[in-house]
Write a protein that binds this ligand. Structure first.
Ligand SMILES: Cc1cc2nc3c(=O)[nH]c(=O)nc-3n(C[C@H](O)[C@H](O)[C@H](O)COP(=O)(O)OP(=O)(O)OC[C@H]3O[C@@H](n4cnc5c(N)ncnc54)[C@H](O)[C@@H]3O)c2cc1C
Length: 540
């Protein structure tokens, strides 16, 4: 019998953290199951390689959602990492913790222990910020966070000064005391290589004998008896196998697969389980519901000065930058394309930012919005100004398509189904236009070629938003944490309501999305979950 103390399902942003922290105590025997394979791949480790892994089946679940009726009835392509490190191995590396108020709101929603003051120590514990520790930042954590200002494209300076021209303050550390303002994005890289959760938390403990990692193992069901989880069934090389947990099973399979796995295990909305012919073990109506995601809109401008398009489009440019990266781990291939940005409030009555800004000195507008042709940008000098919303109100769902664990679930994002999301995005794109018209940009910016000068009225701008809006890859809240078991899936200690010895810890437990990119907050969830699990072992 293969028995462990803890079984963690999913080696993503949260799962890698939990596997590391639980196995720090050598008396704990820990198993980490991951559906994907090794992350020791060139395009995973090279930062801008996410332009390649974005469509690479070997490392990516490559989900396609149902159409969103209010967003031009389009389906949306959702890449998710299926590899050690999960989505942190294929993401754009922008490092943003979220707004302090986000976590106070989590706490106010009935989740004691999750206020900003409660989670700040975890944010500090997890990171090694390049500029060193202070009262807000950590200097000794496993996750290296880089300041790359001196490597950014010169146009970033124009963006920062344009923002100040229209009254937005410069903020040198959006992960410090306050989030609001503009600055250059910090990224999860170290010496020019991607710093995924796997690289940060698993690579350094490769030799730990009390941690077993099984790759290419798809968990198909949590084994539950008398409403207590006691193991996991998984598929590997065409065979079904079972492993057993003395203490707990922890699901860290992400916002799509954690609810799918709960539903496959008989924990979920009764009607969904009945439709999929899965025997009901515990009715939990919120499993897979409350799906939220940030949405982005981009405006494209010709440039009067060379941009990354000129470096990355020509064959000789590609060869030069490739060699530069291989020999010096520097240049644009060592960075994210999202170089600067920030957080703003488009209305004075708001208590925290409602719009995130992105500036990228590159454009790939001629490709379909579903593609990310980072190594093949437009054949002319151009740049992109983008926005995304911070607190979307539209809600979607993740529901079983069938009882077959190999079939993807039905994902309904319902983008733009709440009118406030349209309002926020409309106000956001108006800020883009104001930025583009500043003196700071006037010498370098050319014509707006998408959506272009014909798009002027609110109706036209809204139509453009509906036609081009895209996921910012932050699905969350499908196993939401909260006090009412009929509306939420886990309690504030991340325990699944109604089932003993089972927790969920990943982006799916967010009570609501945070303001900005969510990898950092998900790693924080992994850190805090580890403490909760270990405390409960001590208290048994
Ligand atoms: C293209 C892209 C760009 C992004 N850019 C950014 C960014 O710039 N900054 C930022 O902060 N965030 C970004 N994100 C979002 C961020 O990376 C994710 O939200 C975060 O990594 C989610 O962490 P998680 O632990 O919830 O899930 P994941 O990291 O997705 O981990 C889930 C893991 O579980 C595994 N798994 C799933 N099902 C099973 C199963 N049945 N059995 C075994 N294993 C299973 C998966 O293979 C995966 O490894 C981006 C995401 C994507 C996809």
């Amino acid at each position: 019998m293969t028995e462990y103390d803890y079984i963690v399902v999913g080696a993503g942003s949260a799962g890698c953290v939990i596997a590391n922290r639980l196995s720090q105590d050598f008396s704990n025997k820990v198993l980490l199951l991951e559906a994907g394979g090794s992350d020791r791949r060139f395009f995973v480790q090279m930062p801008i390689g996410y332009g390649v892994t974005y469509h690479q089946k070997a490392v990516n679940w490559m989900y396609m959602t149902e159409p969103s009726p209010d967003a031009d009835n389009k389906p949306s392509y959702w890449p998710r990492g299926k590899v050690m490190g999960g989505s942190s191995s294929i993401n754009a590396m922008v490092y943003v913790r979220g707004n302090p108020k986000d976590f106070d709101e989590w706490s106010d929603m009935g989740n004691p222990g999750w206020s900003y003051q409660d989670v700040l120590p975890y944010f500090k514990r997890m990171e090694s910020w390049q500029n060193g520790a202070d009262s807000y930042r950590g200097g000794k954590g496993p996750l290296k966070v880089s300041e790359v200002t001196n490597q950014l494209h010169p146009l970033c300076k124009n963006f920062l000064s344009a923002a100040q021209e229209i009254g937005i303050n410069l903020n040198r550390d959006m992960n410090g005391e306050k989030q609001e303002g503009v600055g250059n994005y910090q990224i999860t890289t170290h010496r020019g290589q991607r710093m995924s959760a796997s690289r940060a938390y698993l690579w350094p403990i490769k030799g730990r004998t009390n941690l077993t990692v099984i790759k290419n193992a798809l968990a198909s069901r949590v084994l539950i008896k008398d409403k207590k989880a006691y193991g996991v069934e998984y598929l590997k090389s065409g065979k079904t196998q079972q492993v057993f947990a003395k203490c707990e099973v922890i699901l860290s399979a992400g916002s799509i697969n954690s609810p799918q796995l709960l539903q496959l295990s008989g924990v979920g909305p009764k009607s969904i389980l009945e439709q999929a012919s899965v025997p009901l073990i515990h009715e939990s109506p919120a499993v897979g519901e409350n799906l939220q995601d940030h949405l982005g809109v981009s405006y494209f401008y010709k440039s009067k000065v060379p941009t990354l398009n000129d470096q990355l489009r020509p064959v000789l440019g590609k060869i030069y930058q490739g060699l530069r990266y291989i020999f010096t781990r520097s240049g644009p291939l060592s960075l994210s394309v999202n170089q600067s940005g920030g957080f703003i409030r488009t209305r004075n009555d708001l208590e925290k930012p409602n719009i995130q800004l992105y500036f990228s000195p590159v454009s790939y507008s001629l490709e379909s919005p579903d593609k990310r042709a980072m190594m093949s940008p437009d054949p002319f000098s151009a740049m992109l100004l983008g926005i995304s919303n911070c607190s979307p109100r539209s809600r979607g769902s993740v529901r079983l398509r069938s009882s077959d664990p190999l079939k993807s679930p039905i994902i309904k994002p319902n983008y733009l189904s709440h009118k406030d999301d349209v309002t926020d995005l409309l106000e956001g794109v108006k800020v883009i236009r104001r930025l583009a018209q500043t003196n700071s940009f006037s010498d370098v910016i050319g014509e707006e070629f998408r959506p272009g000068p014909d798009c002027q009225s609110d109706e036209q701008m809204i139509q453009h938003i509906k036609e081009t809006v895209w996921t910012v890859f932050h699905p969350s809240s499908t196993c939401r944490m909260g006090p009412d078991p009929t509306k939420n899936v886990v309690d504030s200690r991340l325990k699944v309501y109604g089932i003993e010895s089972l927790r969920v810890a990943d982006a799916s437990i967010f009570p609501k999305l945070v303001c900005g990119n969510i990898n950092a907050a998900t790693i924080m969830v992994g850190e805090k979950a580890s403490d909760l699990i270990l405390q409960d072992k001590v208290n048994v």
